[in-house]
Design a protein around this ligand. Sequence first.
Ligand SMILES: [Ca+2]
Length: 131
Amino acid sequence: MKVASALLLCALCFLGLDAQCPEPNTLKDAEGKKICARMFEHSNYYYDQSCGGEYIDAYPNDDVPIIPRPWDNRISSLVVNKMCSLTVWSRVKKNGSKRKFSSGIFYRLKDVQQGLFGSWENDISAYYCVC
Ligand SMILES: [Ca+2]
């Protein structure tokens, strides 16, 4: 019983670690190639549990006017590498609202205002990343 709960705690602890937002200057892919921005499926009201779920990487100079379908209106948190900036649009083909994110951790796109009453939560449909 004790072992089982210890294992469960450990599993939760690794999940927690996985969900932490990476520091902007550490953004690299599995091969060590520099990433311009990493965009995540989930966010959390606990910032240390944000940047969860699946993610999509933008490399330097990636120009993506039509985000791959599974990612349309799904991004909830993101991290932009040092000396890079990520411009996003709320509609495909760079239509709708536009916003530029400079280097940093954006834990909750829900807290990033779009227009008068909206937010960028699950609303990114195009992006352009430069370093
Ligand atoms: Ca989401």
